[in-house]
Design a protein around this ligand. Structure first.
Ligand SMILES: [Zn+2]
Length: 106
């Protein structure tokens, strides 16, 4: 196994949709990370958005318009939502403990 591939590709439970699989450092799966990224863009939260990293303000606005056009203006993950989802928090500590528990947790 290539260590470089392994590193940074944690398996775990996505804290937004509760799916198990590879998660990022916020414990979000690919899909939810994408949702979050678009939400951040919608809210002009450029500092936290991976997609807008290093872009000029002008390009960021273009990116935002693109997101709104292709998806919608509504927030997807950071929701004042109808359906209660786990809110994204940055508590990374709790996560190590249950990292492999799911294997026997049926
Ligand atoms: Zn997810």
């Amino acid at each position: 196994m290539d260590e470089d591939d392994f590193w940074g590709n944690d398996e775990g439970k996505c804290q937004a949709c509760d799916e198990y699989g590879p998660v990022d450092d916020l414990s979000l799966c690919d899909e939810c990370a994408g949702n979050l990224d678009r939400d951040l863009i919608r809210q002009h939260d450029w500092e936290y958005s991976a997609s807008s990293l290093g872009l000029s303000n002008e390009l960021r606005e273009q990116l935002r318009n693109e997101v709104i056009k292709r998806f919608s203006k509504e927030l997807e993950l950071i929701a004042p939502s109808k359906k209660k989802k786990n809110v994204v928090n940055r508590n990374v500590n709790g996560r190590r403990n249950n990292r492999f528990m799911w294997i026997n947790d049926y």
